[in-house]
Write a protein that binds this ligand. Structure first.
Ligand code: PMP
Length: 435
């Protein structure tokens, strides 16, 4: 409901107090701890479609969707059926299964630059494995990444990273070997001059460039097509590889992913989230010539006990099957646009400086006039205001990512009614916050 519920959080609070005694910060992943929005995190019990229910019985419209995977709606009946049928046949083999072939074929058919796939268990694993492959293939060691982009928590990537690293205001992490971090060069996103300069200085040592082709981990920040084209050209010129980290954008920015949408082809692609349909599945992928360097076809070692496990493959396959149906991406684009435009309008009506937008099933709103073209711009956002907004929306039954520096998501299960109720809630909340 859009009326203010004085949120009852007794059970969530009690569980989080206990959790803090047995898990660092009480959580299994940092952003969940609500550090940047204040208050105690909500503990959840169930989710279905566009709704999520907490342990105190509050229901929310969910725009987090487990940080991306649930694009067909949470706990989709067809996905559950596929998963259950597979579970009865076996949870894990630690050996080849036919579902791996099927999901690999589905990904190759969908993602234009991909000819071969290696399955792993998370986006983190996909990214650090792809970095190893990139270095082996080029026999170079340096990697270029963009400030505010997040590529999981591999040592090479905890340098000016986005997501929880940005949310907690950390520049890097202790424990990362300085000799490894020194091989990561960072540049601002959407800045062609900065890329030219880093290649001018280090060109012959750069193995490749990593980026989110649409940034989600600093809030939503789209690239310009020219920027992606320039990256393509300059990496090729210097014998470096271009990697699109599509862990978040994969099968969210259209069925051919961001590379299809912008029509710029990377050498390597990392995937996660949607391709596991709610199970821990990641992948790195690319042309046969590069991928056949991976063991046992080639010398670059990478392995996993649960990699390609049948239940995750079944969930991913069914999710992609649903996404291939006619009209899915048109629906996602339309509903998400209406949401983003409604939120921006609700903010402006009440005198708030905002900017933002959406692309298919990803959306974002920054509390700053903008434009926001990179993390440096995103940091101008009024995070104190975001904190009040986040809390107000929770109290009105809308669950948003607990950080200004995370993209929002929608799913096929989000209805026009959900969107209208969300915009109405935002109007009430933003009316109550001083501009
Ligand atoms: N890359 C990107 C673009 C991501 O958004 C994420 C997760 N948010 C990762 C990598 C890491 O994936 P995981 O959390 O599955 O390790």
């Amino acid at each position: 409901s859009t009326s203010t519920q004085k949120l009852k959080t007794d059970r969530s609070d009690a569980l989080m107090r206990d959790a803090a005694t047995v898990m660092p910060g009480g959580v299994s992943s940092p952003v969940r701890a609500f550090r940047s929005v204040g208050g105690s995190p909500i503990v959840f019990e169930s989710t279905k479609g566009s709704k999520i229910v907490d342990v105190d019985g509050n229901t929310y419209i969910d725009y987090v969707l487990s940080f991306g995977p649930s694009v067909v709606g949470s706990a989709n009946d067809e996905v559950i059926e596929a998963v259950t049928a597979q579970a009865r046949k076996g949870l894990t083999f630690g050996a080849p299964c036919e579902l791996e072939n099927q999901l690999a074929h589905a990904i190759i058919d969908a993602v234009p630059s991909v000819e071969m796939v290696r399955f792993v268990n998370s986006g983190t694993e996909a990214c650090f494995s792809a970095a190893r492959l990139m270095r082996a293939y080029t026999r170079r060691e340096k990697i270029v990444k963009m400030t505010g982009c997040y590529h999981g928590h591999g040592d090479s990537f905890l340098v000016s990273a986005g997501s929880g690293v940005a949310t907690l205001g950390l520049s890097d992490s202790p424990g990362v070997l300085s000799s490894v971090a020194a091989k990561t060069l960072t540049v601002p996103y959407n800045n062609i001059d900065a890329i030219r300069e880093v290649f001018r200085q280090h060109g012959s040592e750069i193995a490749g460039v990593f980026l989110e082709p649409v940034v989600g981990n600093a809030g939503l920040i789209p690239p310009t097509r020219e920027y992606l084209q320039e990256l393509r050209q300059i990496t090729r010129q210097h014998g470096a590889l271009l990697l699109f980290d599509e862990v978040m954008t994969g099968f969210r920015i259209g069925y051919s992913c961001a590379q299809g949408y912008f029509d710029v082809m990377p050498d390597l692609t990392t995937l996660g989230k949607v391709i596991g349909g709610g199970y821990p599945v990641g992948a790195y992928a690319g042309p046969r010539e590069i991928m056949e360097m991976v063991a046992p076809a080639g010398p670059v070692y990478q392995a996993g006990t649960l990699s390609g496990s049948p239940v995750g493959m079944a969930a991913g396959l069914k999710t992609l099957e649903i996404l291939r149906r006619p009209g899915t991406y048109e629906y996602l684009d339309r509903i998400t646009k209406r949401l983003a435009e409604g939120l921006l309008q609700a903010a402006r009506e009440n005198g708030h400086a905002v900017c933002g937008g959406s692309l298919y099933s990803m959306w974002g709103m920054f509390f700053t006039e903008g434009p926001v073209n990179n993390f440096e711009d995103a940091k101008k956002s009024d995070t104190a205001k975001f904190q009040k907004f986040h809390r107000g929306m929770l109290e009105r039954g809308v669950y948003l990512a607990p950080s200004q520096f995370e993209a929002g998501f929608t799913s096929l299960a989000h209805s026009e009614d959900d969107v209208e109720r969300t915009v109405e809630a935002a109007r009430e909340v933003l009316r109550g916050i001083a501009p």
